[in-house]
Ligand binder design. Sequence first.
Ligand code: ARG
Length: 578
Amino acid sequence: EAFTAALSAVAVFKKQLSELVWISACLCSWCLSAHQFNVKDPDFARFRQTADFKLSLNTLRLNGVLPPSGDIELQAENLATQVSLVTDESMCHLHIPVKLLEPFGNGEDEKFGLNSELFDTLKRGTTLVEYSSPNIAKKFHAGHLRSTVIGNFIANLKQSLGNNVIRMNYLGDWGMQFGLLGAGFGQFGCQEKLKKNPLQHLFEVYVQVNKEAEHDDGLKQAARDFFRQLEQHESQAVSLWQQFREITVTEYQHVYKRLGVHFDIYSGESFHQDQAQEVVQQLQSRGLLKTSEKGTGVVDLSPDRDMSSVSTVLRSDGTTLYITRDIAAAIDRKEKYNFNEMIYVTDKSQMNHFHQLFQILLAMGHSWADRCQHVPFGLVQGMKTRTGEVVFLEDVLDEARARMLHNMSQSKTTKEMDNPEDTAEKVGISALIVQDFKGPLQSDYKFDWDRMLQAQGDTGVFLQYTHARLCSLLRRNEGLEAATFDPAVLHEQTGLTILQHLLRYDEVLYQSAQDLQPKHLVNFLLKLCHLIASAHKELPVKGSPRDVAQVRLQLFRGACSVLANGMRILGITPVDKM
Ligand code: ARG
């Protein structure tokens, strides 16, 4: 008997405990959402006590937090009413994530529409994001496009969350390939062609010299000589190299401009060649440098120090390598920018490289290497234009624009616009970005022009179309909006669902910042667009009573600004008309 009694006591206690957990979760969520509105405004009071609390119950339920029993909801609701009575200014400062239904910023500022104290916990001071990082004179391939758009997204996201962000491009501007290119240019190069179509010409020379060098030992020797001259800072070699570099950077900047991407710093491997030699000395003095059987300088990274896993930092001829320059570059950046975290964005084939890099930095005593992170991404397969395999990124952008322009000219809904080319460019680029961001970054994906440009599917075109349609609705109803928001008039489920969805914006950014995956934000925005598509049908503005029309318009405005701000974080420029 005693045992049964004890058991049931435990059961009651457990139930109470789970109720308690549930109620506190409700209250937290309620406080959160209540404070998304201006609590000082008495107009919101009723909303807070009823609709808003229900909203938070629903939000919790949607997020998989279930109430332990049916009647608990009632109790919780009573509690909410009581709590709302004690809501005073002391609670106002709790959390004010997104000010819904007031147009929040135009996203063009560095906050991308967010001004949230909720994210204070995430703030990491200065974040250095290194991305794009193409190789001079080699082709700018699909991988560099991925690195460019992913890095830009991460930088935007970090910035929106209040970090001070440094955007860095680390050019592959050093190494043996410049020996080949220099020697090759001597034989096959032409200054005139270089001025006219620099990337194309450098690329041609590069392809030709690589081919010739395979069976031409003289050329190979010339390449080694040229690189040695470069390393010894001989002026003629250096000035040719500088010319290659400048020309290429100028060309890249053109592409970056089209993509809406910018960098605070153009760094490069060449900046760290001397420091790389110092790194070798530091490794030596710390006893970390070993000589391999082949006579190269290595760092032993195997747990048992049996040289089963090593990283080569010095060639047998005394020259340094890619990783040696990366070690030097990381130390230099820490000294110059004192970042709190550093993020590298490259394809996944370099995972081991960065793993080794961080290990070596730690072994050298740089504990901040713990706060360095590599964000790897998968391959893009089959990126082709009508003329064939892609050599230059510009060709992809041109084709995206051309295809979009064609689609727009075929569509019945296309509006008249001042600059259709410009709209096609922006929409085409958003299609590229959304296709790239939809899945986990590590996965490979197939490049598919038709699928990514669909106006109705889950595409960048759909995001843009929804945004443009919202803008047009707001334009048509200018002046109708009320200064205050009366949510009691908004009772349709579609409206509430949109509101709930919008409330998740900050949470989604938080999630994306945790794992640096854009898919959370992309899928959130796509879902929002689907909801808006139904709302256009179910919540008409035209022909509705004035107060209903006003509230709906405010809801659409809130949705429009969340959509625009989210798109900007993704690196997409929203268009107002299409
Ligand atoms: N230039 C390199 C490549 O194209 C990417 C550089 C990545 N960044 C770095 N710090 N290693 O493969």
